[in-house]
Design a protein around this ligand. Structure first.
Ligand code: NAD
Ligand code: TDX
Length: 337
């Protein structure tokens, strides 16, 4: 495995985690040129990579399912990191179709293109493919946990992971897969839990908590996700899967209390709303393999500190999220959330 790559494609590089990865590569690996392939759906924003040096980052606006476009851009690239996805569970419950298109067919198109042009492929996936755990289960997810997805979103991500495994075994494609837990940090779309509540409070609206608020997510700062993906891309063993997590299990009500405290509000200043259908109870990642075999470890382990910086980012970047706030909340209002 090379120590680095010269020309990589990052799909979904104008979304939340993809754009953070592009910043990470530019800041830490200046020898690398990044071609961002992004359709700029409602979740993609060119602003997320604005200001990065033009000789290091090029944006190609297009769909990962566009085979003709892939034929044009794949030659000359030595690796692809695939982030592009429809990523929000609540949207997948209302309308699953785009999830099948992008997450399943899109992954298939990229695998075929990598086969044709002999390009190293890293697949970014989620812990949600493993389903959920009970609150009192001492177990955490490992690379051996059987797939058991619950939602249209997680089932299409699981399908995409399985395509990667099949293409690796059948066609000897040079692939790795990572399954990461819930990310937080700058540039996250305000439909997601943490930025939704921060921007609600800024707007003078009460945060909304689903169900009984006891669902547990295993939070990781997106910068740690980026360093883990880079580590796997450059040091990972071909054909292997690595789980990425930072021992950040917290239930939603504790996270919401921390946001309210951090923004000078009383802890009870929120609304209980209808639960998400099929709502996964708990996710928890055991990332021992990645730490042991590739020597990775997370740097941003102070959740309250990371949350305070994230709150400040949304305060400082109101022009980034304000134009989509009303439409985002209107979608939630329609389903009583
Ligand atoms: P996001 O929704 O913020 O961004 C997705 C990006 O993909 C957007 O820029 C969008 O324009 C682009 N895109 C969507 N469909 C496309 C298509 N057909 N062709 C080209 N581009 C397209 O998503 P995110 O939260 O940044 O997640 C990125 C990846 O990380 C996803 O694969 C997701 O499953 C995975 N993941 C996310 C989390 C999390 O906490 N958000 C955790 C683990 C894994
Ligand atoms: O308003 C809300 N109130 C609330 O209580 C929202 C938007 C969410 N929630 C709850 C649902 C979840 O238990 O907060 C938790 C987090 O919700 P999301 O931000 O929607 O994330 P989740 O469904 O856990 O999925 C995320 O992590 C795994 C990403 O969106 C996925 O792309 C990733 O794969």
């Amino acid at each position: 495995m090379p120590d680095t790559y010269k020309n990589i494609i990052v799909t979904g590089g104008c979304g939340f985690i993809g754009s953070n990865f592009v910043h990470y590569v530019v800041n830490n690996h200046p020898e690398v040129h990044v071609t961002v392939l992004d359709k700029l759906t409602y979740a993609g924003n060119e602003e997320n990579i604005a200001g990065l040096p033009e000789d290091k980052v090029e944006l190609v606006v297009g769909d990962i399912c566009d085979k003709k476009l892939l034929d044009e851009i794949m030659p000359g690239h030595d690796a692809i990191v695939h982030y592009a996805a429809e990523s929000h569970n609540d949207n997948s419950i209302v309308d699953p179709e785009p999830f099948l298109h992008t997450n399943v067919e899109g992954t298939y198109c990229l695998l075929e293109a990598c086969k044709k042009y002999d390009v190293r492929y890293h697949h970014v996936s989620t812990d949600e493919v493993y389903g959920d755990l009970a609150l009192d289960d001492p177990a955490r997810f490992t690379e051996e946990t059987p797939y058991n997805p619950s939602s249209p979103y997680s089932s299409t991500k699981a399908a995409s992971d399985l395509l990667v495994r099949a293409w690796t075994r059948t066609y000897d494609l040079k692939t790795t897969i990572s399954n990461c837990s819930n990310n937080y940090g700058p540039y996250q779309h305000i439909e997601k839990f943490i930025p939704r509540q921060i921007t609600n409070i800024i707007c003078g609206v009460k945060p909304k908590l689903y169900g009984d608020g006891l669902n547990v997510r295993d939070w990781i700062h997106t910068e740690d996700h980026s360093s883990a993906v880079w580590t796997i891309l450059t040091k990972g063993k071909i054909g292997e899967t690595y789980l990425i997590g930072a021992d950040g299990e917290k239930n939603n009500i504790d996270v919401l209390h921390a946001i309210l405290r951090g923004m000078g509000k009383d802890e009870d200043e929120f609304d209980w709303v209808k639960d998400r259908p099929g709502h996964d109870r708990r996710y928890a990642i055991d990332s021992a393999k990645l730490r042991r075999e590739l020597g990775w470890k997370p740097q941003y382990t102070d959740f309250e500190g990371g949350l305070a910086k994230t709150i400040q980012w949304y305060r400082d970047n109101e022009a980034w999220w304000r134009p989509v706030k009303e439409a985002t909340e209107a979608k939630y209002a329609k389903v009583g959330q």
